[in-house]
Ligand binder design. Structure first.
Ligand SMILES: [Zn+2]
Length: 467
């Protein structure tokens, strides 16, 4: 038997065990909890980490615990070669589960259902079983492969900051916390917070407030405004025109002589704002077109709509429109708006292409926003890029092609993954490229056939990269 046949046989024979171990981990509710002594992210992540360490030890790997932030399992004590980065924490269960309860994993129709099954406990087990296969088949390695299991990926990745403050990055790292084939480019993240205060007070015919959005990385699907001095029938014609041009719908009611406008659009992740219908901007657009009395507030509202026009998601309003071959276009969305009697706050989330930097992006946006009379604060994390023609990436893609029969290609995404801060880190698997496993939603699942394929791919990759 050649190596591919040996790996295939091993994983096929150990699938039931791999599934059982995944279910054991998924039965632990590892949502982030309150800090406790020796439990940096609360009881749940700590418990899941203990279970995972137990498995790694049982299969004969050398386990090390980094203060319960992160645990590692080593294949050997040779020089560092490959790190595999996965995580044991999960996002909250949420509502709407129908197949099973979030922390009562079940196997149904060839899938494991349960919170964490595909993000990221199942993929972590694919990596562990890949390591088992290489070890138990006796495939010779000249370098180490280390599994790193974190417990804070979903809430800011402070776990691996703790780890990398102690340990050096391996020459190569992949994280099975995405999808196949392989993600080697992640856009940068450029966020801004705009503020302005007012002291002029409300006019007789004016808006009392406009509010939309609560989370900076979500395009707001809902927004609300309150108008004084208006009748509903003064608004409806203009509202109809804005509805027609935006696709956001408005409804009205009266409350204590004021008119309340509710806007209903469609939420989306900030990395794909073109999939959403921004209710906050549509509502700002509507109110800016109504005949409110002129004031500093109404002028500021008009200016805000000019900087972030409805439907424009390329950042051109603030001057950061840019694109390149590697990462495609910068996207930008205004996700939080709150204008009250005394002040305005608005926050944007832009995902920047590889060529965006402090000078051509951050400084330009700051200048454009402050020149309109706003104050602004920004944060910027540059894009992450690993060479798609490197031996490392080519080897991973070759392993992918071998076990799937599909073409292996690099992907660029707008979201940041676990490897964003690493020099030579990519996201690789473990979910198939056409599967939506409801990560972060109800009825999250992992397809067992895809787990087997991922484990085989990882095993061969470990051997090829560390032999
Ligand atoms: Zn994840």
């Amino acid at each position: 038997m050649n190596i591919t046949e040996k790996i295939t046989k091993y994983i096929d024979e150990h699938t039931d065990e791999m599934v059982a171990d995944t279910m054991r981990l998924c039965a632990v509710n590892s949502e982030k909890g309150a800090y406790g002594e020796g439990k940096p992210y609360g009881d749940g992540p700590f418990k899941a980490l203990c279970e995972a360490m137990d498995l790694c030890e049982k299969y004969g790997f050398d386990v090390k615990n980094y203060d319960n932030y992160v645990a590692t399992a080593d294949m050997n004590d040779k020089e560092s070669g490959l790190d595999i980065l996965a995580h044991m924490d999960v996002v909250p269960a949420g509502d709407g589960w129908t197949v099973t309860e979030a922390y009562k994993p079940v196997v149904k129709d060839g899938r494991i259902y349960g919170r964490g099954s595909s993000d990221d406990k199942g993929p972590a087990m694919c990596a562990l079983y890949a390591m088992r296969a290489v070890k138990e088949l006796g495939l010779p390695l000249s370098r180490n492969c280390r599994l790193i299991l974190g417990t804070d990926e979903e809430s800011g990745s402070s776990d691996i900051k703790h780890y990398y403050a102690i340990e050096k990055e391996a020459p190569m790292t992949f994280s099975p916390d995405g999808e196949f084939p392989l993600i080697n480019v992640e856009k940068g993240q450029f966020r801004g917070s705009i503020t302005k205060s007012f002291d002029s007070g409300l006019k007789a015919k004016d808006f009392v407030y406009i509010k939309g959005g609560t989370t900076i990385n979500i395009v707001p699907g809902k927004a609300e405004a309150r108008l004084k001095g208006f009748e509903i029938n003064e608004i409806t014609e203009c509202a109809k025109a804005v509805e027609d041009s935006t696709g956001v719908s408005f409804s009205f009611c009266e409350e204590a002589g004021d008119v309340i406008i509710s806007a209903e659009g469609k939420g989306a992740h900030a990395s794909t704002p073109e999939n959403g219908k921004n209710a906050a901007i549509a509502l700002c657009t509507l109110v800016s077109k109504l005949t409110v009395e002129e004031s500093e507030r109404s002028a500021a509202l008009k200016t805000l709509v000019e900087l972030f026009p409805y439907g424009v998601t390329d950042g051109s309003g603030i001057g950061i429109k840019m694109s390149d071959e590697v990462s495609h276009a910068t996207t930008c969305t205004l996700d939080i708006v709150e204008i009250t009697e005394t002040g305005l706050t608005a926050k944007w989330d832009a995902r920047t292409c590889v060529s965006a930097n402090e000078e051509n992006c951050v400084e330009v946006a700051k200048k454009n926003v402050t020149s309109k009379g706003f104050e602004v604060e920004t944060s910027f994390i540059p894009a992450h890029v690993v060479d798609g023609d490197s031996d490392f990436v080519k080897t991973l893609l070759a392993c992918y092609e071998k076990y799937t029969g599909k073409k292996g290609e690099c992907l660029a995404i707008g979201g940041g993954t676990y490897v964003h801060e690493l020099k030579n880190g990519v996201a690789f698997g473990a979910v198939g490229d056409t599967t939506d496993t409801h990560m972060h939603g109800a009825d999250e699942f992992m397809i067992i056939e895809e787990m087997k394929t991922a484990a085989k791919i990882f095993a061969e990759a470990i051997y090829e990269l560390c032999k």
